[in-house]
Design a protein around this ligand. Sequence first.
Ligand code: ATP
Ligand code: MG
Length: 394
Amino acid sequence: MTFQAFLIKYAEIGIKGKNRYIFEDALVKHIRRALKRVEGSFSVSKAMGRIYVNVESDYDYDEVMEALQCIFGIVWICPVVQIPDHGFEDLSKQVVEYIEQVYPERPKTFKVDSRRSRKNYPLNSQEMNRELGGIILDAFSDMKVDVHKPEMMLHIEVREKFINIYSKEIPGPGGMPIGTNGKAMLLLSGGIDSPVAGYMIAKRGVFLDATYFHAPPYTSERAKQKVVDLAKEVAKYSGPIRLHIVNFTDIQLYIYDKCPHEELTIIMRRYMMRIAEELAKRSGAMGLVTGESIGQVASQTMQSLAATNEVCTMPVFRPVIGFDKQEIVELAVKIGTYETSIQPFEDCCTIFVAKHPVTKPNINVIRSSEKKLEERIDAMVQEALDTTEVILCE
Ligand code: ATP
Ligand code: MG
């Protein structure tokens, strides 16, 4: 069956009044952007509180579906058969053909839901429901009407220029269109957790920038490329991500040299947060995002989280904080980042990690250890900021 259009349904809660236009316009923009990558010609339009994707050339159904299923704000995608109005008899034939083709396995129950935006159609909606219902019952002896919980809800819409037939609703990702809720800075490592964290925040309509702390030659070019690849994968959902690559080697070596090794991870993480926050401010982001989850590793105990959090003035969002590793893995698989995340490249945290890191850091102790860095650290942070490389990942 060829579908000539896709009806895009979105949740309307919380988008009344003025917000509705912002929401819809953003959604239209993101749909257009996503379809640019798909072969074929499409036009996207808003009509009567709905969004339609109209197909204007040959296209690949799966590719279109895949693109639309990455756009936050879309709750359902309905592939629509559009036919010209050649009278009710023709419509009846087309409806039977539609069911034959779209449902090789016939649904057991159905209901017809007809609407007319053109009131001069010879039948009213009630009559259409009744007539078409009868025709379906005649054509498919094993199908029955169920007005309460039909397996197939067949929508017939008589519009100005054509008639829409649709019944399939394919789930979109939900959430809100990117950019309708500001911008945040994601601390993106090569692990499993942070790409998932980015996805979750972006899903709420937040535009993302990202920061990766790279420690050459201890971390390789390949490890950096892996993070670029992950940013591109997250960008399928979030839209283009400006990935800031901070050279963190000198700072790490300096901390290693001056501070107790068991405090290394915490102090390093505090510098990561400080630098990411500065980059966030510069790019207009209003919060930081990490992939931390309570108790996952020594640096993610309550005490460690408190110690890392202490250096930030911006809110730090940790959307996977209460997830078990397995739950994060499942989401990573679902969104398509898992395979890249498990590629075996060293991470700057693991290289300098102490054998017995503190699990209950005392903030005062950490602060006094950081005093040992006073002489050079500010200049080094400045240098790291000045030499930050930005890669656009899309
Ligand atoms: P992930 O799987 O996301 O790497 P993790 O379990 O390895 O997480 P940590 O290494 O403790 O956990 O890192 C916690 C969080 O700190 C990460 O989720 C990420 O947000 C941030 N982070 C860690 N290392 C880096 C890095 N090299 N660059 C940017 N952010 C980092
Ligand atoms: Mg990590």
